[in-house]
Design a protein around this ligand. Sequence first.
Ligand code: BDR
Ligand code: CA
Length: 311
Amino acid sequence: KRKIIIDTDPGQDDAVAILLALAAPDVLDLLGITCVAGNVPLPLTQKNARIVCEVAGRTDVAIYAGCDAPMARPLVTAEHVHGKTGLDGPELFDPTLPLAEGHAVDFIIETLRREDAGSVTLCTLGPLTNVATAFQRAPDIIPKLRELVMMGGAYFEVGNITPAAEFNIYVDPEAAEIVFKSGVPLVVMPLDVTHKVLATRSHIETFRAMGSTVGTFTAEMLDFFERFDVAKYGSEGGPLHDPCVIAYLLQPNLFQGRHINVEIETESKLTLGMTVADWWRVTERAPNAMFMGDVDAEGFFALLTERIARL
Ligand code: BDR
Ligand code: CA
């Protein structure tokens, strides 16, 4: 089984990613979930992660709270996308599943130090603050990672929080720079991929028709997260960004990309947080990331619905 840690800022699409991971215990060994400030402030992201695990009946999952603000900047949130709670849509409740004791960064460091070299996969679904803080404080943990699979960045699709930048990278560009320069084997799911997996009305009805608590919860989250303004976006349905990370672990051949150099813009006012991806290899800079560019969307939804139906 593949050992993973999920670092996240739920977020409806984060929640679907967590559910997908929980639905694959035959393949994935989830060591813990670490929460970070992002879509909404930390008190809400950690609460939302606990709600999601409880909905799936998985009160055994260890959930840690981590950094409540980016490394060098004030927090930027995305209530305009995810609602006031970060998980708008279903009726939310106060989870009984308690927060695990200790800081998420300490959990990441201590867990990786215990594990063998090249054995753990870090899945990042939010700003990279927790992970970069851990790398900075304990660089010895970097070789313990088999891979870091992230949702973040954009190339042809440019930005969703500014014209040039994708949200997760924009919120903490200093953290992103540390991760991209760390030497860890990186797999990146940028907007170029995630804007191709749109949860349409018919996908949402598939979840609702499952008739399970998780199916209904998923449908209600996606009812809110939907993006049906075809005139504005040219397409219908909310992009399932973060589940791409988990789908990659389960079925990597759904995705196609290039091993290229990616640098993070940390200074420009206009393009802060841009992932400068050398897609056409026009520089001599060494490749540092498997940057995905395409996905088999039908295969992705087949995998997602088949797995979620198991919960
Ligand atoms: C990313 O930002 C968040 O709003 C989503 O959860 C996703 O991780 C997409 O840009
Ligand atoms: Ca997210």
